[in-house]
Ligand binder design. Structure first.
Ligand code: HEC
Ligand code: HEC
Ligand code: HEC
Ligand code: HEC
Length: 216
């Protein structure tokens, strides 16, 4: 009897420790950061990115999107030592166009304003390092399908099970059945935990996140 209750307690503490921090109060909380509240003074945090009705359908399978996605990404990263390839079309099918709605330079207006009051985030000023622009030629590559055997394509990349397993991310960080890399491979847009800043899925202390994929 006692043993069972200890196990139950352990299960609760593990669940708490892996629970992600919220978007509320994070750098993605544009109400908290003060610049976003328009004349109506709404306090809705999600509205900059999502709406319950009238979501944007310009990006396939976008989650009830409420901002203006960029039409396309620009030039992609390349080098003579790259083994995986991605096309602009493949990158456009990831979440990149959603992130770049703001990280191209300015936070756009929520397309569908909340009933609780207007929002006007247009005065938001992105710090220079948060400003990626649509030119991704100097950014870590995304959009590549890693498939089920990435180490077979690039021996410098760890096996899939190691990347997603206990020594890696503890969950699959890829997108779709072909295990595609997207911005959300490395970032969790909702998780403002300072221990995994800036919005990373796992801590990159000692470059641990980089090493979850790269044998270096
Ligand atoms: C700064 C923009 C931003 C804000 C603010 C934001 N989200 Fe998201 N959300 C995204 C993006 C981008 C995705 C798609 C990437 C992904 O799934 O991680 C997403 C995906 C989702 C999904 C579908 C995937 C999943 O994780 O289940 C849900 C549900 C969601 N958001 C709910 C919310 C809620 C609720 C809030 C407010 C408390 C919120 N989001 C605030 C950008 C945002
Ligand atoms: C609605 C606008 C909006 C969208 C969409 C958005 N962001 Fe942001 N993001 C911001 C703002 C505003 C900041 C704070 C900028 C600053 O620090 O100057 C920010 C900051 C960040 C930071 C830096 C956090 C820090 O602690 O310095 C990261 C990383 C980031 N965003 C990643 C993403 C990713 C990845 C996506 C898509 C999955 C995304 N964002 C979508 C508005 C947005
Ligand atoms: C391979 C992992 C990886 C991918 C993929 C990735 N990022 Fe990042 N990103 C990082 C890391 C790590 C940092 C923190 C860098 C540092 O600490 O110097 C970062 C930082 C940022 C920042 C904040 C810059 C700063 O210095 O505060 C923004 C904004 C951002 N990423 C957006 C994006 C967007 C948008 C995408 C997709 C187009 C993306 N990231 C894809 C790993 C990644
Ligand atoms: C989820 C897995 C993953 C994570 C996490 C990751 N990478 Fe990568 N990275 C890749 C893949 C896959 C490639 C493409 C390799 C290729 O095609 O040769 C790549 C490409 C690169 C390249 C370009 C290689 C070349 O040949 O031009 C560099 C440099 C790099 N990553 C560094 C980093 C750093 C630094 C971090 C941590 C901030 C990081 N990566 C995090 C998977 C990852």
């Amino acid at each position: 009897m006692k043993k069972i209750s200890i196990i139950a307690l352990l299960a609760v503490s593990v669940a708490t420790s892996v629970m992600a921090a919220s978007v509320v109060g994070s750098r993605h909380d544009m109400v908290f950061s003060g610049f976003a509240v328009g004349a109506g003074g709404s306090t809705e945090v999600c509205i900059f990115c999502h709406t319950p009705h009238g979501g944007q359908t310009s990006v396939t399978l976008a989650p009830l999107w409420n901002n203006t996605a960029v039409a396309s990404v620009g030039t992609l990263y390349n080098s003579t030592t790259m083994n995986f390839t991605a096309t602009v079309e493949q990158v456009n099918a990831t979440d990149a166009r959603l992130c770049l709605a703001c990280h191209d330079g300015g936070v756009g207006m929520p397309v569908n304003q909340p009933n609780s009051g207007d929002m006007d985030p247009t005065a938001a000023v992105m710090s220079p390092n948060a400003l990626l622009t649509t030119d991704l030629s100097n950014d870590h590559p995304i959009g590549m399908d890693l498939g089920l055997n990435p180490e077979g394509i690039d021996p410098g990349i760890r096996p899939l099970a190691t990347i997603i397993g206990a020594t890696g991310f503890n969950e699959n960080p890829f997108y779709g059945a072909a295990n595609t890399m997207w911005c959300s491979t490395c970032h969790d847009v909702h998780d403002g935990d300072p221990l995994t800043a800036p919005f990373l899925r796992i801590s990159n202390a000692g470059s641990a996140m980089c090493k979850a994929c790269h044998i270096k």
